[in-house]
Design a protein around this ligand. Sequence first.
Ligand code: ZN
Ligand code: ZN
Length: 272
Amino acid sequence: MRKIVRSAVVLALLSSPAIADHSWGDYHWARNSSSFDLQLINSTTSDWDSYVSKAANDWSSSNVMNFVEDTNGDTSSRTRRKCNAPEGMVRICNLAYGQNGWLGIAGISLDSNGHISKGYTKLNDTYFSMDYYNSDDWKQSVTCQELGHDLGLDHQDEDFNNTSLKTCMDYQDPPWPDPNQHDYEQLSTMYAHTDSYNSYAGGGDGGGSGCNAPPGKGCNKGATPDSARETGWGMSLGRRGNSEVFLRVDPDGTRHLTHVLWAVGHDQEHAH
Ligand SMILES: [Zn+2]
Ligand SMILES: [Zn+2]
């Protein structure tokens, strides 16, 4: 009896590295305090508001961060098409972005120290208006997952056909709407240290620089005009299942990472 228990413990230890780390390349926001308030500009149309608020509240249950939702974000189609966030903030947008294959994407920009300096989430109404994806579960889960990427989280699992881990960071069908305890633990691990500056914008609306870095440290220098920043996703760093990450580097060295949730493979998998 005792022997069985012991071997079970050993197995658990052996398997733990594989499930322990679900951060997205160790990307995180810089902050010099144990918890931080991250401005989330809601630029979605009103039909997405409840999903955005729920996902923001869910992530705010973490003890390392709170989303502070700005419910008066610009909803012009021009803003929603680019979905560019001010420095130090996250913007979330929906639009019929077209049959480009993706359901949702999350993009983060990194400052010169490799900390997240801004992020965005796009939700593709072209797919969410189709019967298959037009459900509370799909909308809530993708909103939750993409905002999780904007915090630096990765998926816990990418197999649609195994047992559900009951988190929005797991590919499942039907998808799960909320984060789970492991996501909060992962955030606590990623944000256990403090940094010497903040890469998030401190309070208030209106798109201030968001950079509180000491001179010569961190944050984007602001030398690159928006037009040059919006030149696409850059090169693919590889595709795993339905997700793919792209990297673009600006002339000033600013890195932009885009996390894409492809709808196409999933459609085929579930074609009737
Ligand atoms: Zn850090
Ligand atoms: Zn994802």
